[in-house]
Design a protein around this ligand. Structure first.
Ligand code: GAL
Length: 689
């Protein structure tokens, strides 16, 4: 995001700005408060379609002209929305055929938002016309810095099962299988249950059926649906690239959301943006947040991304909406920056007075600017403005976790050995263990270049093509270290089992095969013992399987009747590398020890050795310098010694320090020593107060 960096002079700070909800006096106060909080970018007008096109083709930008002028006058850049996320009432009224339909035939009405069928030519056409008018109108406006296309595609309506979607699905399949219906029949295993198709026009979306719809059809429909939404994005993007070729485009994904394949979308965007809502009620929410940030950064090869939304405090959409404790919003904002964010933004600037989100916190709460939340927002804005060098820096780590939306989709289809096996839970088991080991982690697609990594982990990567599995095997043969968990590498890209003993394409690297899965009953534990006789922290859970060794050596064994002495975790030397396999879900402490052993053997170094529990370290690299961020997620204060002196970038005059005091929820931002001393004026964002 070079364009944005040079425009802003540093990190972006701001939030969704919905001025159409407020009167002129409030809008004038907004600009004053934004300047005071060092807001330099807002996501403007995300839900303003009905305001700028109140009737078909009757565009009226007067209101936003004044807003854009005000922003420009206060040095605030607009990440201007294309406003297409919520079609206006007249569109649904005139064209009810744009409304989405669920698998059981229910038509979703207007009245909420995102009520459009992704394949609808009418919706796409009306969206493109609006974008053309908007881009033409604002192309030379000084506030325009970035385009925000749509909003969180697929969060409410990820799939539509209407007849228009059905026809589009058939077109997509025709292309995917090169017009060969027998290629589709083979991929979908249609000889099962008499599903063989004679022609593409017989195929339907996986609508509600008497029993399990064909799993390969379900998987292809998820791929198609993600691509149908991407096509909506691309229709708008193409207009923008033609009318405003110098203005980058983005759209915001929702963290931890299953429906849209971020790795497939990212190459089609100029910048990737992310909305993150960790739950303050969840003790380890910061680990899940870190996973989602690393997974997003994996879509852009370690480059920066934009945190377009987070909550200033509570959200309104959980069953119990906990607020962020003092300092927590600052800590979690810096965590996003530590993991590669070049923007810290919120939903939303001013807390709404009415509407469904009136109890969602805002940067300016209902109580006004003299509130704890606003004071914390303002302080953070000033702090972020003091470290412009962070913008544009990159991240590259020695440990990779492989992640794939296709596998997530396939893993969580119906009719599997255990509904208890959930993708993100499996990934978090291993990601969490690596996080606790203190190493930096890249989360990347299985097609990524693995050669720079020391350790690669495949947690519950159920769907793995022969080709991608081959790359993993080559990585181990060439000296890499590998950890694979159960129910990984089970099926190919069409959800057909790799034959020859699970996980067949990884078998030679792992030195074993699995004959049979034996998932546990709900709540049942799995007795385990260590092969070397050392005591374990506890029982495992969820899964057992019958592992047949072919060169691997057990590290953990199942215990108890029927299972006594059978391998539960193994290690195998293969070529120049080592491959571990884990056939159950061990107690977190035992999994932690196993993963820590793999990390140590791989030679991957922690970001900062000897950190106290609860303190996270992450490193971003710039041209000739780096920035280390320390985050205390725990309840105890710690002094952290640095192996070499660093410039304390949050302190006035940036002194050189060797020891850092971290309060609970404390943050330290430490640069290479030459970044010390007074900050050069020309690196600072324009002063606005
Ligand atoms: C996001 C969405 C915003 C707002 C926010 C509330 O998912 O993009 O428009 O609804 O959630 O948390």
């Amino acid at each position: 995001m070079r364009v944005l960096r040079s425009r802003l002079g540093g990190l972006a700070f701001g939030g969704d700005y919905n001025p159409e909800q407020w009167d002129a006096a409030t809008r004038a106060e907004d600009l004053r408060l934004m300047a005071d909080a060092k807001v330099n970018m807002v996501n403007l007008g995300v839900f303003a379609w009905a305001r700028v096109e109140p009737a078909r083709d009757a565009y009226d930008f007067t209101f936003f002209d004044e807003v854009m002028d005000g922003l420009a006058a206060h040095g605030v850049t607009a990440d201007l929305a294309t406003m297409t996320a919520s079609p206006p009432p007249w569109l649904g009224h005139e064209h009810p055929e744009i409304l989405p339909v669920t698998a059981d035939g229910t038509v979703l009405s207007p009245g909420g938002r995102q009520h459009f069928c992704p394949s609808s030519p009418v919706y796409r056409d009306r969206a493109a016309r609006l974008v053309e008018a908007l881009a033409t109108h604002y192309r030379d406006h000084p506030a325009l810095g970035l385009w925000h296309i749509g909003n969180e595609y697929g969060i409410h309506v990820a799939e539509c099962f209407c007849d228009v979607s059905a026809a589009d699905f058939r077109r997509w399949l025709h292309e995917r299988y090169a017009g060969d219906i027998d290629a589709l029949n083979a991929a979908w295993s249609t000889d099962f249950w008499s599903q063989r198709y004679a022609a593409f026009d017989q195929v339907l979306p996986p609508r509600a059926a008497p029993t399990y719809p064909n799993p390969s059809q379900q998987l292809d429909f998820k791929r198609f649906s993600s691509e149908a939404l991407r096509a909506c994005f691309e229709v708008e993007r193409d207009v923008l690239r033609r009318v405003t070729p110098d203005v980058p485009v983005t759209t915001n994904f929702l963290a931890g959301h299953k429906t849209v394949d971020v790795y497939d979308w990212a190459p089609h965007m100029d910048a990737v943006a992310f909305d993150s809502y960790p739950d303050p009620h969840e003790k380890h929410a910061h680990i899940g947040a870190a996973l989602s940030y690393d997974a997003l950064r994996g879509a852009v090869d370690g480059a920066p991304w934009l945190l377009t939304e987070q909550a200033p405090s509570a959200v309104n959409w959980r069953s119990r909406n906990g607020g962020k404790a003092p300092g927590q919003m600052r800590l979690w904002s810096w965590q996003a920056v530590a993991h590669g964010a070049d923007a810290v933004m919120y939903f939303q600037w001013r807390q709404s007075r009415g509407g469904a989100e009136k109890f969602h916190s805002g940067m300016v709460p209902h109580g006004g600017a003299d509130t704890r939340v606003h004071r914390e927002v303002r302080a953070l804005g000033r702090e972020l403005a003091a470290v412009p060098e962070l913008a544009g820096t990159h991240t590259r780590n020695e440990v990779a976790v492989l992640f794939d939306w296709n596998s997530w989709w396939a893993l969580e289809l119906d009719s599997h050995p255990s509904e208890g096996v959930r993708c993100i839970e499996q990934v978090l088991d291993y990601y969490g263990a690596l996080f606790e080991a203190g190493v930096g982690i890249d989360v990347v697609h299985p097609s990524a270049d693995l050669s720079g990594y020391k350790l690669v982990v495949l947690p519950g990567l159920y769907l793995l093509s022969e080709e991608h599995a081959g790359r993993v095997v080559d990585f181990v043969a060439a000296g890499g270290h590998l950890v694979v968990s159960f129910f990984t590498g089970i099926v190919d890209e069409h959800d057909r089992v790799h034959l020859g003993g699970y996980p067949a394409p990884l078998g030679k690297a792992l030195g074993l095969h699995v004959e049979e899965f034996w998932p546990t009953a709900e709540g049942e534990s799995v007795a385990l013992r260590a092969a070397d006789g050392e005591p374990l922290a506890g029982d495992g859970s969820l899964w057992r399987e019958d592992v047949v060794l072919a060169g691997a050596r057990p590290e953990l064994l199942f215990a108890g009747p029927d299972w006594e002495g059978r391998p539960a975790a193994t290690v195998h030397t293969f070529g120049g590398g080592t491959a571990r396999y884990v056939a159950t879900r061990p107690h977190p402490a035992d999994l932690g020890a196993l993963v820590a052993r793999a990390v140590a053997e791989s030679g991957a170094a922690p970001v900062l050795p000897g950190l106290p529990a609860g303190v996270e370290a992450a490193l971003r690299r710039g041209d000739g310098y780096d920035v280390l961020v320390l985050l205390n997620h725990g309840d105890t204060a710690h002094d952290v010694d640095l192996p070499e002196p660093r410039a304390d970038l949050l302190a006035a005059d940036r002194p050189e320090v060797r020891r850092v005091a971290l309060e609970p929820r404390g943050v330290a931002v430490l640069g290479s020593p030459h970044l010390g001393g007074p900050r050069p004026d020309d690196a600072a964002p324009a002063a606005r107060d």
